[in-house]
Design a protein around this ligand. Structure first.
Ligand code: HEC
Length: 151
């Protein structure tokens, strides 16, 4: 019983800390998608570093391609239920006026992530990976330009 309570308190403390520090207090589905986007961003940074200044390591691109693809497509769009806007959110309400376009961008992200992964698995060189990485980054930019409001 003591142990169980201690666990609950820990959980609450951690949840509190998370809410206080993450993305200016976002909670719920908005925080969930910010976290997913942050993970996508971290994967991109890892590949960018490897391509720019690290030793050639296709595993970095394979891992990132997998991770990003897992957060893309439907996994991404389902984190945007209609009208889910808290003040902290940078989502553009236009998402829900132009849902098919938003879905297309989420699908493009997935295809581009899988393309990077497939190239890396096939033994592409750094330059080829850089090309696929550029295409992938283009899908971020395309969606952000249309559907993300910079605050
Ligand atoms: C289908 C559209 C779409 C695609 C594709 C997309 N994003 Fe996003 N991204 C968004 C939206 C919308 C937000 C704002 C979400 C919110 O604040 O509620 C966002 C927010 C972010 C954030 C900020 C998260 C935070 O902590 O507030 C990062 C970082 C990010 N995206 C990185 C990326 C990267 C890197 C890629 C490409 C590899 C990418 N995104 C692709 C729509 C997209």
């Amino acid at each position: 019983m003591r142990l169980k309570l201690a666990g609950v308190c820990m959980g609450l403390a951690l949840a509190g800390a998370g809410a206080a520090f993450a993305h200016g207090g976002a909670t719920g589905i908005v925080k969930e998608r910010m976290d997913a986007m942050s993970e996508i961003g971290d994967s991109m940074k890892a590949v960018g570093r490897m391509l720019k200044s690290g030793p050639y390591d296709p595993q970095v691109a394979i891992a990132a391609g997998n991770a990003i693809a897992g957060h893309a497509g439907e996994a991404l769009t389902e984190l945007f239920p209609e009208g889910s806007l808290q003040p902290q959110s940078e989502a553009n309400p236009a998402i829900w006026n132009d849902w098919p376009a938003f879905e297309d961008h989420a699908g493009d992200l997935q295809s581009a992530a899988l393309a990077l992964k497939t190239l890396a698995e096939a033994g592409a060189n750094k330059q080829q990976l850089a090309g696929a990485f550029g295409d992938l980054a283009g899908t971020c930019k395309a969606c952000h330009q249309e559907f993300r409001v910079k605050k």
